[in-house]
Design a protein around this ligand. Structure first.
Ligand code: DGL
Length: 266
């Protein structure tokens, strides 16, 4: 695999852009291929078997496009399919994401943390093991948040509807006295301004974008896969949905110019 090959990053939709932006910052010279699996979004309400298959199919699609490494920029997909795709493809490095329970454990002062994520993430074995490992001595309150992914996918990052739904999910956590809130879905960082307004300045909000970018860089170093191409890397966008509609949301969330969004047949 040539080190000049791209890194393939994917999510059920545009949420993984919150991870991609950190990878772009940390690795400016790498080519990045981002795939939004919009035709199958949201993942969080589907069966584990279905998502495990999507994770494999989409990863293999990115590999066929020449990816030297895969980043599963989705908590639900990581819970459902990371172990499986790693098993099937031991020849390629695959990085996943997990809710920031460990960092939350380290920063909480009240000893009470809240985790907002999809049902799939919160009921998955990976998450339960994470809480078992890092949740000792603290209270971990979880809140499934159906509907938030759809809000981000339709570009409704603020406004009455978004605020109302978020209040419904955040109020029970605030009533428990959490002082640290983990955004356990890569779509949610795009809602952070509204979330911050609701929870107030006393609550620390954590996501995983930077940690995943750091891990991606570390794996590139370990495998000697850093790109040696001169100049800034390209960012190429793909979707399994309608390229025109999806490009509108990508342009809303991505601060650099977007050439085109290509149709992915997978
Ligand atoms: N961004 C995905 C995650 O991190 C969203 C899941 C979904 O599509 O429901 O979990």
């Amino acid at each position: 695999m040539p080190s000049s090959a791209p890194i393939g990053v994917f999510d059920s939709g545009v949420g993984g852009l919150s991870v991609l932006v950190e990878i772009r910052k940390m690795l400016p010279g790498e080519d990045l291929f981002y795939l939004a699996d919009t035709a199958h979004c949201p993942y969080g309400v589907k069966s584990v078997e279905e998502i495990r298959e999507r994770v494999l199919d989409v990863s293999e699609y990115l590999m066929a496009l020449g990816a030297k490494m895969i980043v599963v920029a989705c908590n639900s997909a990581s819970v459902a399919g990371l172990d499986h795709v790693r098993e099937v493809h031991p020849e390629i490095p695959i990085v996943g994401v997990e809710p920031a329970v460990k960092p939350a454990h380290d920063v909480t002062r009240s000893g009470k943390i809240g985790v907002l994520a999809t049902d799939m993430t919160l009921s998955g074995k990976r998450f339960l093991l994470l809480v078992e490992k890092y949740g000792t001595g603290i209270e971990v309150y979880t809140q499934p948040a159906p509907g938030l992914v759809e809000l981000v996918e339709s570009g409704k990052l603020d406004g009455d509807e978004t605020e109302q739904i978020l209040k419904e999910y955040l109020t029970p956590l605030l009533e428990k006295g959490v002082d640290t809130l983990v955004l356990g879905c890569t779509h949610y960082p795009f809602l952070k301004p509204v979330i911050a307004r609701i929870v107030g300045p006393e609550v620390e909000i954590l996501d995983t974008g930077t940690a995943v970018a750091r891990q991606t860089a570390k794996v590139l170093t370990q495998k000697q896969l850093h790109s040696d191409k001169p100049g800034p890397g390209r960012t190429v966008f793909y979707t399994t949905g309608g390229p025109q509609e999806v490009s509108k949301v990508i342009r809303l969330l991505w601060s650099e110019p977007v050439d085109a969004v290509l149709k992915a047949e997978v």
